[in-house]
Design a protein around this ligand. Structure first.
Ligand code: GLU
Length: 482
């Protein structure tokens, strides 16, 4: 790495919500900036009047914030810089690297058509450059509409990419691009170059769908006699069917993963592995660990496949990394939203909630699984799983539960260890397998046949509740069999 201070940016266009590709690019830039102790800036590319929607800017920055990504400096809005760009088109023109193109839309279209037939780039120069200086001045003075086009030089354009190495393109393959439209506004590529230069961007890390733009941008830098930044083009993110990830194909935005109970740390961790690898035999990392490892040396050029299963596995691992208290804070609003309890009830029983999430965390993959699996910890009016009740709620089981009730009622310590011993001793005395007691007990206290460790679950529910539930189940079995 050179000694220039690192300054990177992401430049989202507010034409949709934050998609995984932009999030991945943001993460890579942020990690790169943090690793090299540089700056990370967000620039909103909102100049495309037809596609940009101001109301999408906040959801994008909110989704980035959720991922822990914020601009180190004030947000830069391209729409507020529109009058910065025109002068540079003029500068390039004055330096002889651009020309005024007076061709009409129809003439351009006809030339394009012909060029396509002749398998060459369209030629805008012949008609434009055949005009004398005086003719050009006359037309400009008469406000004849025209664009300013970059004069692509002969030869080839090259740059060293941090991801893909040395890239080159023969200039005959690049057409003379418009720098300024007939209304004087700058086109996308000129605006990006001016912004990156004026913002002092040292490294441009973005998706490899921008490589064609980069060749054009390198030529604009040269025309302006500016040093281009160092580029790094990350591979495309593909669906498992190898198509490019796209909203149209039903792929989800970052917000949707958030709603589905993915932790921001997991999303961050997973997305950073698309196009970069720590070259270690592990995949779960905290942000500080990623910052330490994130350098340009481990970028991967090959296309990355978005594997939701892997995201879920990483999410599960990040859930395990959280303390019960942290998880309780995240799960509490979900329980309220699912109508399982109220905010007030939880505030007064925080310890209980902590124990519930501690008990369930090994069994969940997403935050959403907590409300789905924990209803019986908060609600008493659950029904018994029908199939399991048919199997385990037998008249014989009612008798066992009655005996267990008595033993549990007389316990002075209601902890997992004592509960296990009590149940095992009773099974031995009755001469039955423990399962004969375990299954009906689990069903009685939770309504479902599967769940966390029975004894720990009983401990968390606590003696009064467990006894109430056993009593209710005994009555239920008796009613069913009378
Ligand atoms: N606005 C572009 C996009 O959303 C980013 C361009 C860039 O990073 O240079 O894809």
């Amino acid at each position: 790495m050179s000694s220039t201070p690192v300054r990177v940016r992401i430049a989202p266009s507010p034409s949709g919500y934050l998609h995984v590709g932009t999030a991945r690019t943001a993460i890579a830039n942020l990690l790169f900036a943090r690793h090299y102790e540089g700056a990370f800036v967000i620039r909103i590319e909102d100049t495309d009047k037809e596609r940009s929607k101001a109301e999408l800017i906040e959801p994008i920055t909110d989704a980035l914030k959720w991922l822990g990504i914020e601009s180190d400096e004030s947000l830069v809005y391209q729409s507020q810089r529109l009058n910065q760009y025109g002068q540079y088109a003029g500068k390039i023109l004055d330096a002889g690297h651009a020309y005024r193109c007076f061709m009409t839309a129809e003439e351009i279209e006809a030339e394009r058509k012909l060029a396509r037939q002749e398998k060459r780039n369209p030629d805008y120069r012949t008609p434009s450059l055949s005009l004398s200086e005086d003719e050009i001045h006359e037309r400009v003075a008469a406000n004849v509409p025209h664009t300013i086009r970059l004069k692509i030089p002969n030869g080839e354009t090259t740059f060293d990419d941090m991801v893909s190495g040395h890239l080159k393109k023969a200039n005959v393959d690049l057409e003379d691009l418009v720098l300024a439209r007939s209304d004087g506004t700058a086109t996308y590529n000129l605006a990006v170059v001016v912004d990156d230069h004026e913002m002092g961007i040292s490294h441009v890390i973005r998706g490899n769908d921008h490589i064609t733009n980069t060749f054009k941008q390198v030529l604009i830098y040269r025309a302006l006699e500016w040093e281009p930044p160092v580029f790094g083009h990350l591979p495309l993110i593909l669906r498992p069917d190898k198509k490019k990830v796209s909203k149209r194909l039903g792929d989800k935005d970052v917000n949707e993963y958030q709603k589905e109970g993915i932790l921001p740390e997991a999303m961050f961790n997973y997305l950073c592995l698309l196009g970069w690898s720590p070259k270690e035999d592990r995949e779960v990392f905290t942000v500080p660990e990623l910052i330490e490892r994130f350098t340009e040396k481990n970028f991967n050029a090959s296309n990355a496949v978005f594997d939701e299963e892997k995201l879920l596995a990483i999410n599960k691992a990040h859930i395990m990394l959280k303390s019960d208290h942290e998880l309780a804070t995240l799960v509490a609003p979900l329980l309220v939203e699912a109508d399982l309890t109220t905010k007030y009830w939880l505030e007064t029983r925080w310890e209980y909630l902590r124990h519930v999430v501690g008990l369930l965390k090994e069994r969940v993959t997403r935050l959403d699984d907590f409300p789905a699996q924990s209803g019986f910890f908060f609600q008493f009016d659950y029904t018994y799983d029908e199939k399991a009740a048919g199997k385990h709620f037998t008249p014989e089981a009612a008798e066992y539960l009655k005996k267990l009730y008595e033993r549990f009622a007389s316990l002075s310590r209601f902890d997992a260890e004592s509960l296990e011993k009590t149940l095992s001793d009773l099974a031995d005395e009755l001469g039955v397998k423990r399962a004969k007691l375990i299954h009906p007990t689990r069903l009685a206290v939770s309504g479902v046949p599967v769940g966390p460790s029975l004894y720990h679950m009983l401990q968390v529910l606590d003696q009064r509740v467990v006894l109430e539930r056993l009593e209710k189940a005994i009555e239920h079995i008796q009613k069913q069999n009378s």
